[in-house]
Design a binder for this molecule. Structure first.
Ligand code: HMG
Ligand code: MG
Length: 303
């Protein structure tokens, strides 16, 4: 049976995942204009920024200003936090929707957050319990859910048991990530089916990096496993600075084209999305290479 939901939710991660790996420091005003145009295109949920150490990720040093500038927008404004300090800083900026992140792989966690998986869990779980008691909307991003750049293939049962630790506190969304874009559709089908069967009432999102051009096939496969939330990045920007070999996320415009061709609604206007990318592109260190942005640029230059 072919699964074809009427609509899906795109969680735009361009301002956070898209920019965190960008070597040019983008001016805060440019980020704000980019975000404004993304909202105007019809995006309803967005990872705006992250409250991480500016020594580790200098591009995210303006997180407070970014959150404050977006305070009146009615969309879901998600910010990444790695620890208690991140939660406090997010709170000072009046951020209401938080995303924690942790990898399944111990080596990745040491490189990304300077903590082992167990050390990170000891800090995060009590915090998550407390925040859920305060009715905060919480997302957990599970990195290296398929492959780790340091440890190789990940056992799906380890993903399952890590998810379980957060599900017990009633987190609102679990974003399952192919951090380095190594997963194939068979592995995607297996993991998402396993998770959906084990936790039928949990909301899962799929987060695919497109290192080997497999992200759209993986999105289609996740859709068949019943996933209807997809993290995407305008222009296909992105990558984790601490995951060797990680490149951009699946481009929002490519995912939109796929959904549109299948007759699945996203509520996003692709032409307005292109305007957001047009605004950002001149500030980036390398050109945008997503298939649909290139097509749009070619058509624009021949008009
Ligand atoms: P650390 O150096 O171990 O931190 O970093 P610490 O606890 O030892 O503290 C050292 C200093 O950092 C102290 O300041 C703290 O106050 C400060 P000092 O006393 O030296 O002046 N500090 C902070 N400052 C700002 N914000 C904070 C914070 N915490 C401590 N939250 C830390 C630990 C986690 C902070 C660091 O490793 C870090 O910032 N890592 C960044 C990781 C990151 O941003 N990775 C990319 C996002 S995850 C991702 O992309 C994957 C995802 O897309 C899914 C996928 O694709 O897999 C989500
Ligand atoms: Mg990512």
């Amino acid at each position: 049976m072919v699964m074809k939901p009427k609509n899906v939710m795109i969680v735009e991660v361009g301002p956070r995942d898209g920019l965190q790996n960008e070597p040019n420091l983008i001016k805060t005003e440019v980020k704000e204009q980019f975000i404004k145009k993304l909202w105007a295109s019809g995006i309803q949920e967005m990872e705006l920024t992250s409250f991480v150490s500016p020594k580790w990720v200098p591009q995210m040093a303006d997180s407070k200003e970014i959150v404050e500038k977006n305070s009146t927008n009615s969309g879901r404004k998600i910010v990444l936090v790695p620890n208690l300090k991140g939660v406090q800083l997010a709170d000072d900026a009046n951020a209401t929707e938080l995303a924690f992140f942790i990898g399944v792989s111990d080596t990745f966690n040491k490189k990304n957050i300077n903590r082992s998986t167990n050390e990170a869990l000891m800090e995060l779980l009590p915090l998550i319990k407390q925040l859920k008691e305060q009715k905060k909307w919480l997302r957990i991003c599970i990195s290296t859910a398929f492959y780790c750049p340091y440890e190789g293939k990940i056992d799906p049962n380890n993903v399952l048991s890590l998810c379980q630790k957060f599900i017990q506190y009633g987190v609102d969304d679990i974003s399952v990530a192919d951090t380095i874009g190594m997963a194939n559709p068979q592995e995607v089908a297996f993991l998402f089916s396993l998770l959906k069967e084990a936790f039928p009432s949990t909301t899962f999102s799929a987060h695919f990096h497109d290192t080997r051009g497999m992200a759209l096939s993986n999105i289609y496969t996740a859709l068949q496993a019943g996933i209807t939330r997809f993290d995407c990045s305008a222009g296909g920007l992105g990558g984790c600075p601490f995951a060797k070999g990680a490149t951009g996320n699946v481009a929002t415009e490519d995912a939109l084209t796929l959904f549109e061709s299948l007759g699945i609604e996203t509520g996003i206007d692709i032409n307005k999305l292109f305007q957001a990318i047009d605004l950002l592109a001149p500030h980036l260190s390398s050109p945008i290479l997503s298939k649909n942005y290139l097509l749009y640029s070619r058509q624009k230059s021949t008009v």
